[in-house]
Design a protein around this ligand. Sequence first.
Ligand SMILES: C[S@@+](CC[C@H](N)C(=O)[O-])C[C@H]1O[C@@H](n2cnc3c(N)ncnc32)[C@H](O)[C@@H]1O
Length: 412
Amino acid sequence: MDVSTVRALAAPDGQELLRSLPPYDDADVLAVQERLRRAGHPAELTAAALTQQRLRSRATAKFGEFAFDMLFTPDGLEQATRLEVAVAHAHRFSRASLAQVHDLGCGIGADAVTLSSLGVTVRAVDTDPVTAAVADANLRPWPDSRARVGRAEDADFGPDPGRNRVGAWLDPARRTRGVADITGRTRRTFRLEEISPSWEFVQQVAAAVPATGVKLSPGFDHAAIPAGTEAQWTSWTGDVVECAIWWGPLVVNRGRTARVMGPDASPVLVTESMADDVPPVAASMADVGTWLHDVDKAVIRAGLVGAVTRSTEGVESDEGTGYVLTSRDVSLPHTRRYAVREAMPFTVKILRGWLRTHGVTGLTIKKRGIRLDDEQLRRDLQIGTKAGDGDQATVVLTRVAGSPAALIVSPA
Ligand SMILES: C[S@@+](CC[C@H](N)C(=O)[O-])C[C@H]1O[C@@H](n2cnc3c(N)ncnc32)[C@H](O)[C@@H]1O
């Protein structure tokens, strides 16, 4: 897709064409294409419209019904912030009463659109002309907000951005242009030194613009958190989607925080003030207790497992496992709780013996803090090769007090 095709799709005729398309179905593409061609639509526009319909149906996973008012590129969709998380970003800027935000590397504009919808004017740039044109089309409902082709490094924040209520948002690309992975998509990088715009540039922006926020990979190193900022790890349905760093008036809780999000519940916030600095760890198998809490990964990444040990009066099974063991009967919104049925040192022989005695032929295996090949283990245990609906037991393989342990658990 080129820039002129994006503009044609964003124009009233293009919008009309997109609205006329049936829900995307691979099996119908040729027939729909033929019908549109016969109706006199140019071949290139028809193909682009069908691609948009396909991308829109994929994009509903991130944007719900709003996807049908947006344009996408395949890479832009993949890199875009999901709506609920973008709303959380945008709230920080609107709570800080910012009038204008520079979105420096805006992609297809998911963050820019959400900011605009909260009444913040966005000046967005992206180095890729097609992506910038798509973002500009997505910003149409908010005429004061615009996206254009440009380099983040050339941004002009005007005099005294702090006093003039000007902020900056950066979501650096974690993909290396021109380097493809095995799926043919641009390769993803988790290295801070490979992001674009660079981490050095992000920090320069933060020095110039007090209200700056940046979205980084969840693997962001605690040692690199700039002083005085908030580093917030966010998970969506159990997957950690980002670590965002917030400066100045955008800080809500200084230090490390975790935000646990999902479609079925309000977000849960965990802060350093809620947590033991160093979570206590099990001293022996005797500490296993009645319950096992599988701590949300955003909380683990934020180094806040101490919030779970504190509120359950429990212990982490071993340093860094993210499994908290306790005998107190408490449920927490940021852990998945299991009742512990049995605990034993982990060897294939002991576990196989237990499974035989209890007639278990189907097993769900959860593991953390222990390295092994699931499929090999299933063969060694002589049980079904895949997890399935008929599983009669769940085993958690982890370290307890420094040694490999197998805990037979059931969801509670
Ligand atoms: C992760 S995406 C942004 C996604 C966006 N926040 C959203 O939710 O839709 C990063 C974008 O930064 C752009 N980019 C990379 N380096 C840039 C630079 N130096 N200046 C401007 N844009 C840049 C890339 O083209 C890419 O579209």
